[in-house]
Design a protein around this ligand. Structure first.
Ligand SMILES: *Cc1c(COP(=O)(O)O)cnc(C)c1O
Length: 389
């Protein structure tokens, strides 16, 4: 049965999240399916940045208190916590994903002295691989690849895994893998870059120990917006991260000679906070106000399903590389085609923005706050016009 534009319009009319698109400013005629790389700007961000400039001009250094800059890292952490199934004081917004991964990996290895190996999946995001390689080199440990048969046994200090695979969108079994790591006494560290803000994440329910994630993808914090780190409450006082800057000191302004870690997740900070980026993120997170994570998931799944069904009808030359089952897939759908790069370039000229991952993967992200079903329909129409016969 052929799917029509009217079907897509009907799905939008029945979509409980349809009104949220007004919280964003998407250029007319553009179908933006790259929110899994860089989220679109929420309208509130520009005003918040103007207000920030005003606070700075008016109150100068006093704005750390008057404008609340000093408390942003913890306050933003609490806001992200709701989206990842953590307690408010288990998440802090600081640094970058890669930087946080480095700090937490070293901390994890220190909590498992005597263990000689770290495990990661070879399919993980390259930066995670590079950081894990660097940590192993630094600490004299061996790195094993879980998806290439490296054993998960009592020699493993920590397992690092992405919740959603960045190429295929496949969702990992968070509770299952965490339990397997714990069975051999290893710690479990999750990367949530491609899940927070798009699909439900339950760090608490899974018993996860540590996690990192970025805020510029589905959380729409803007390019290079600060990342977050999660440490389960039970581990917080044991975490000793290696970059002991004044940002993580218990009494930063005492200007003491010796480092003394701040309580809780505050010790994961290194330096003065990147306030501009945090102000933008704070405003961006308003776009999630009043929205349940389950509703986000349902909308994303509906968009992805429509895309897969339309592609099966109109884009038979593309090979689906994401799981066919929407429950096994995050908020993205990936296809392979030998001419993927050229197809994406030509689609972009027609206002459809997806992204390319070598050698032949095209990724399309369905940010549930602002992508409509008609956008999905429109995207497939325009892509069909550029796929070589
Ligand atoms: C996007 C992404 C990152 C990005 O790391 P940064 O250090 O914040 O640039 C890291 N890991 C994964 C899995 C990602 O998807």
């Amino acid at each position: 049965m052929t799917i029509t534009r009217a079907d897509a319009v009907r799905l939008d009319a029945a979509d409980p999240l349809a009104g949220l698109r007004d919280r964003f400013d998407i250029p007319e005629g553009v179908v933006y399916l790259d929110g899994n790389s860089l989220g679109a700007p929420p309208r509130a961000v520009a005003g918040a940045l103007a207000a920030f400039a005003d606070d700075w001009r008016r109150d100068l250094i006093g704005a750390w208190g008057s404008a609340g800059w000093g408390g942003l890292a913890a306050r933003l952490g609490a806001r992200v916590a709701r989206l990842v199934g953590a307690a408010e004081d288990e998440v802090i917004v600081t640094d970058t994903t890669s930087g946080n991964l480095f700090k937490l990996l070293v901390a994890a290895c220190r909590m498992r002295p005597g263990r000689s190996r770290v495990l990661i999946e070879a399919a993980n995001f390259p930066s995670d691989l590079y950081v894990a390689q660097g940590v192993c080199e630094l600490l004299g440990l061996e790195l094993g690849y879980l998806d290439e048969g490296a054993p998960l046994d009592e020699t493993v200090a920590v397992v690092v895994h992405s919740h959603v695979d960045f190429r295929t969108g496949e969702i990992a079994d968070m509770a299952g893998l965490t339990a397997r790591a714990h069975d051999v006494g290893a710690l479990m560290l999750w990367d949530l870059c491609h899940s927070a803000g798009a699909i439900p994440v339950d760090l608490t329910g899974a018993g996860a120990d540590l996690a990192v994630g970025c805020t510029y993808k589905y959380l729409n914090g803007g390019p290079g917006s600060p990342a977050y780190a999660y440490v389960a409450g039970r581990l917080q006082d044991r975490v000793r991260q290696p970059i002991t800057g004044w940002g993580g000191h218990a009494r930063r302004f005492a200007m003491a000679r010796e480092f003394e870690p701040a309580p809780g997740t505050a010790r994961l900070q290194v330096s003065q906070a990147p306030v501009i980026g945090m102000v933008a993120l704070d405003a961006a997170l308003d776009a999630f106000e009043g929205v349940s994570v389950e509703a986000l998931r349902d909308k994303a799944a509906s968009l992805g399903e429509l895309f897969v069904a339309l592609a099966a009808e109109r884009l038979p030359a593309l090979r689906l590389v994401s799981p066919r089952d929407p429950a096994a897939r995050g908020s993205q759908v990936s296809f392979a085609h030998p001419a993927a790069e050229r197809i994406l370039a030509e689609a972009a000229e027609r206002g459809v923005v997806g992204d390319f991952r070598p050698p032949e993967t095209m990724r399309f992200g369905f940010a549930p706050l602002y992508v409509r079903h008609v956008d999905v329909y429109e995207a497939v129409e325009r892509i069909a016009a550029v796929v070589p016969a």
